[in-house]
Design a protein around this ligand. Structure first.
Ligand SMILES: NC(=O)C1=CN([C@@H]2O[C@H](COP(=O)(O)OP(=O)(O)OC[C@H]3O[C@@H](n4cnc5c(N)ncnc54)[C@H](O)[C@@H]3O)[C@@H](O)[C@H]2O)[C@@H](O)CC1
Ligand SMILES: Nc1ncnc2c1ncn2[C@@H]1O[C@H](COP(=O)(O)OP(=O)(O)O)[C@@H](O)[C@H]1O
Ligand SMILES: [K+]
Length: 505
C-alpha cells in the first residue's frame, strides 16, 4: 500500500473529482457517510455529541457528519471556527445544509468570542478542526481549545488526522497542541506520521475508511513510502526445483559470536539454516566451537584461531552471502578483522549489531563499504552509526534515507514498522511483527534470515523485504499460539517454517 503526502492527497482528491467524475461536495458527502457509519456503529444516540469544526474541508466533513448524526437522532452541538472569515467552499455549503436541516441542538459559528461547552465523560467529541491541510503547528485559540479537549474526560474521535498532527514531519511541532484522540478515522490511506511510535498517543485506535478515491489515480501516483503486504512478496518467492541439490541452494557465511556471546551466533546460524539456504558455515572464536557444534549440528564450523574473539577474515570465494556482526564484540582486533572481512567480501553482505557498533567507532570506514551492503540497526545503533541524536522518528528516518542514498546501501531501521531505506531513496515499511519480539536476540534472527535469503539467490531488495516480513510473520504466528509475554528469539526461528508456508500457500 502506498503512503501519500498531504499534497499528494489533495492531488488525488482533484484527480478523483475530474476522472470519476464526482462533484467535490459529493466526495465530501461520501467521506462523511463512512465517518458517520463508523461512529454510529460504535456509539448509540444516547451519547451527547459535541463537534468542533475548522474552516477547511476537515471542518466541512465534520459539519456533514453533524447533520447525518442529527438526522439519526443524535443530540449534536456544533462549533464552527470561522475566525478569519474564509471557509472553504465545501465547508460553506455544509454549513448551509446543517442550518437548513434544523436537527442539531446547537450551532455556534465562532468568529471572536468562544465560550467552551462543558465536556464530560459520557460525551463524544468529534474533532474536525484540521486534517491533511494543516500547514503549521497550532497556536493561540486553537492551541487552547486542543488543551481543553485533551484535559477533558470525554471520548474523542478525530476525523482523518488528530488536529494539530502533521501528516509527515512533526519534528518541530508542539506536542502539547495536538489532539489526543481515542479513535482516528482516517480517510483512504494511512499517513506517514501514523507509523511513528511517539505519535500513537495522539492517534489512539486507528481505522481506515475507504472513500473510493480513484484507484487509477493512486496507481499512477508515485510515492516514496510504501507499506509491505503479503501480495507484494508472493510473486517474488523463489521455488525449489525437484532436482535441487544443496550445492545449488546457496552457501551462507555467518561471522558472529565472541566469548560470552555464543548465543548470538547460534541464533543467527539457526535462523539462516531455516531460510531455505543449502549450507551455512559459521565463523566463530575457538572457545565457542563446542557450543555451536552441539546446538546447530547442521552448520559447518570455521574456527577462528583466537580463543575469545574474531581475529582473522575468511576467504569468501566459496560463499554466496555474508552475515557479520551479532555478538562479535568490539575489541580492536575484532574491529580490524571485521573491516578486512567486509572489504574482501565479493558477495552480498549484511552487517548488524557489533558490526554496526564497530563502524560507529570507526566512521571513516563507512566510506569503504561495498555498494549494496545491508545494515540492520535498531534506533540506538543508528544514532551511533550516524553520529547524530534525533528529536523524533521522522528525523531519524530522513537521516537513514539520506545515508542509504549516500552509501548506496540498504538500511533497515528496526522496530515496530521496521523501515527499509533503499539506495534509490524509497522507503518500505514492514507490516508484520509484534511487541513480543522486543526480546534479546530477535535482531540476530533477522540477520540470519536475510543472509540465508541472499545466499539462496534473492537480490538485496527482495531479501530485505522478504526477510523482515517473514521475521515479523513468524513472530506473529508465535504470538498467536504462545502469547507475547514469554516469547524468546528462538521462538521466532521455530515459527519460521510456518511463516514460509503461509506465504507459499
Ligand atoms: N481526498 C481526501 O482524502 C478528502 C479529504 N477530505 C477532508 O479534507 C481535509 C483536508 O482539507 P483542507 O485541505 O481544506 O485542509 P484542512 O481542513 O485540514 O485545513 C485547511 C485550513 O486550515 C488552515 N490552517 C492550516 N494550518 C493552520 C494552523 N496551524 N492554524 C490555523 N489555521 C490553519 C488553512 O489556511 C485552511 O484554511 C482532509 O483532512 C479530510 O478531512 C474530505 O472532504 C473528502 C476527500
Ligand atoms: N514492538 C515490536 N514490534 C515489531 N517488531 C519488533 C518489536 N520489537 C522488536 N521487534 C523486532 O525484533 C528485532 C529486534 O532487533 P534488535 O533490537 O537488534 O534486538 P537484539 O539486539 O536483541 O537482537 C527487530 O527486527 C525488530 O523489528
Ligand atoms: K481532525
Amino acid at each position: 500500500m502506498k503512503i501519500f503526502t498531504g499534497a499528494q492527497i489533495r492531488e488525488l482528491d482533484k484527480y478523483t473529482i475530474e476522472h470519476e467524475p464526482v462533484k467535490s461536495i459529493d466526495l465530501m458527502e461520501r467521506a462523511a457517510k463512512s465517518i458517520t457509519h463508523a461512529i454510529t456503529e460504535t456509539w448509540s444516540n444516547g451519547m451527547p455529541v459535541i463537534v468542533f469544526a475548522g474552516p477547511g474541508n476537515n471542518g466541512g466533513d465534520a459539519l456533514a457528519v453533524s447533520r447525518m448524526l442529527a438526522e439519526q437522532k443524535y443530540d449534536v452541538s456544533v462549533y464552527l471556527f470561522n475566525i478569519n472569515g474564509n471557509l472553504s467552499e465545501d465547508c460553506k455549503t455544509n454549513k448551509q445544509r446543517l442550518i437548513e436541516c434544523r436537527a442539531v441542538r446547537k450551532f455556534d459559528e465562532v468568529v471572536n468570542e468562544f465560550d467552551p461547552p462543558k465536556l464530560e465523560k459520557n460525551m463524544l467529541v468529534i474533532d474536525g478542526l484540521f486534517g491533511s491541510g494543516l500547514n503549521k503547528p497550532l497556536a493561540g485559540g486553537f492551541a487552547s481549545l486542543v488543551k481543553y479537549i485533551n484535559q477533558s474526560a470525554a471520548t474523542v474521535v478525530s476525523i482523518d488526522v488528530p488536529s494539530g498532527l502533521m501528516t509527515e514531519d512533526n519534528t518541530y511541532n508542539v506536542r502539547a497542541n495536538i489532539i489526543k484522540a481515542d479513535l482516528t478515522l482516517t480517510l483512504q490511506n494511512i499517513k506517514l506520521s501514523f507509523l511513528f511510535a511517539e505519535n500513537q498517543q495522539f492517534i489512539g485506535k486507528l481505522r481506515m475508511l475507504d472513500i473510493r478515491l480513484s484507484k487509477e489515480g493512486m496507481e499512477q501516483m508515485t510515492s516514496h513510502y510504501r507499506i509491505l503486504e503479503e501480495n507484494d512478496l508472493r510473486p517474488r518467492l523463489l521455488h525449489r526445483d525437484c532436482f535441487a541439490h544443496k550445492g545449488d541452494m546457496g552457501h551462507a557465511l555467518i561471522v558472529a559470536g565472541s566469548y560470552g556471546m555464543a548465543g548470538a551466533a547460534v541464533l543467527a546460524t539457526k535462523a539462516c539454516l531455516r531460510s531455505g539456504v543449502g549450507k551455512v558455515t559459521v565463523c566463530t572464536p575457538r572457545r565457542n566451537n563446542d557450543i555451536l557444534q552441539m546446538s546447530v549440528p547442521e552448520a559447518i564450523m570455521h574456527v577462528d584461531k583466537e580463543e575469545t574473539f574474531f581475529s582473522e577474515s575468511v576467504e569468501t570465494a566459496d560463499y554466496d552471502a555474508l552475515g557479520i556482526g551479532p555478538g562479535l564484540g568490539m575489541q580492536e582486533g575484532a574491529a580490524i578483522a571485521f573491516i578486512s572481512q567486509v572489504r574482501r567480501a565479493q558477495i552480498p553482505v549484511v552487517v548488524d549489531a557489533d558490526g554496526l557498533n564497530i563502524l560507529a567507532s570507526h566512521r571513516a570506514w563507512l566510506q569503504q563499504l561495498p555498494k549494496g551492503i545491508i545494515m540492520t540497526p535498531h534506533p540506538r545503533e543508528f544514532e551511533r552509526l550516524s553520529g547524530n541524536r534525533f528529536n523524533d522518528s521522522y528525523e531519524r528516518l530522513s537521516n537513514a534515507r539520506d545515508m542509504a542514498e549516500h552509501l548506496q546501501a540498504y538500511i533497515i531501521l528496526k522496530g515496530h514498522n521496521s523501515a527499509l531505506c533503499m539506495p534509490d531513496g524509497n522507503i518500505v515499511f514492514n507490516s508484520t511483527g509484534n511487541a513480543g519480539m522486543a526480546t534479546a536476540g530477535s535482531g540476530d534472527v533477522l540477520t540470519g534470515i536475510i543472509t540465508g535469503l541472499l545466499a539462496r539467490g534473492y537480490r538485496q531488495a527482495d531479501a530485505c523485504m522478504l526477510g523482515m516480513y517473514l521475521h515479523g510473520l513468524a513472530g506473529d504466528l508465535a504470538a498467536k499460539e504462545i502469547g507475547m509475554e514469554s516469547m524468546v528469539a528462538g521462538d521466532i526461528i521455530r515459527y519460521l517454517p510456518k511463516a514460509f508456508r503461509r506465504l507459499e500457500d
